[in-house]
Ligand binder design. Sequence first.
Ligand code: ASP
Length: 350
Amino acid sequence: MRALLALALLALAACATGAEPAPRWSIVVHGGAGVIERANLMPDVEAQYRAAMQRALDTGGAILERGGSSLDAVEAVIQEMEDDPLFNAGRGAVFTAEGRNELDASIMDGRTRAAGAVAGLTRTRHPISAARAVMEDSPHVMLIGEGAEAFARTQNLEQVDPSFFFTERRWQQLEQNLQLNNLPIPQRPTGAPQREARATWPDDHQFGTVGVVALDTRGDIAAGTSTGGTTGKRWGRVGDAPIIGAGTYAQNNVCGVSATGTGEFFIRIGVARDICARMQFNGESAQQAADRVIAEVGALTNARGVAGDGGVIVLDGEGRPAWAMNTPGMYRASLQAGGTPVVQIFADEE
Ligand code: ASP
């Protein structure tokens, strides 16, 4: 009886504020933002992306539905996407100018605001799990390069030959990028398969990063992001994905955010934390905060006069999803307990 009364009161409160009732659990996923347009996305490739986004919801939703933690859901979905060559994370990551895959990832636990991040991994199959291990089993928040890899080995995280991450699509993207920039093309990595014919892929503007934000039935929010960075990156470049507050943020009762886009701009604004701060201190909704911060990204330019681009996925403290982008597309999907899955690619999809 008491429970019924509480439910009725909750429903009344929701009606009174006009807000959607809060879901029992919630998940939102992205697979990267960029120049993804109907005209250059072949129907079969589009179908592959939509299926992959639906799989992400199925995996995460199943964990949350059986009472699993948001951290477990975030890690499991990102692991799956890291293994999927469609995405610029783990296998399928973009190449550096030297022809290597250098992988970055981060994860944050909104309950405690503990966080872990790794950058420049070349052998750890699941960078997101390395980030989680940093959070849970080290006194640090961020580890890079050789040291991060050595730590991953101490955690018994699966190690693979660097050629594991190789895909023809990303290699050809690198060749194009280097030609455009008058840079030498490195040797094909050892262990890479024979050269394949040119495949037609959307010019996803070098993006394809993956990210997940989840709210579990205990009310805990977690967020994670994993990426190969940007094609042709040099000099140990690191983007926003492994930077807590830029590419990833989670704080119970406030928000969870994962970003994708030209990381340099997201770092300069501190996108993920800025969205959460707007929600926490200004009372902005997830949608308002996301829209405003993405508008700010687009208003910044770099030393070459190029403006910032990308997108974000957000959950508010009660699991209501939002997303925003200033690119023609972003692979994205969301699902709430008892709800209908939403999978979208193009910016104008409703
Ligand atoms: N944000 C990533 C980075 O700058 C790239 C991406 O999202 O595609 O490394």
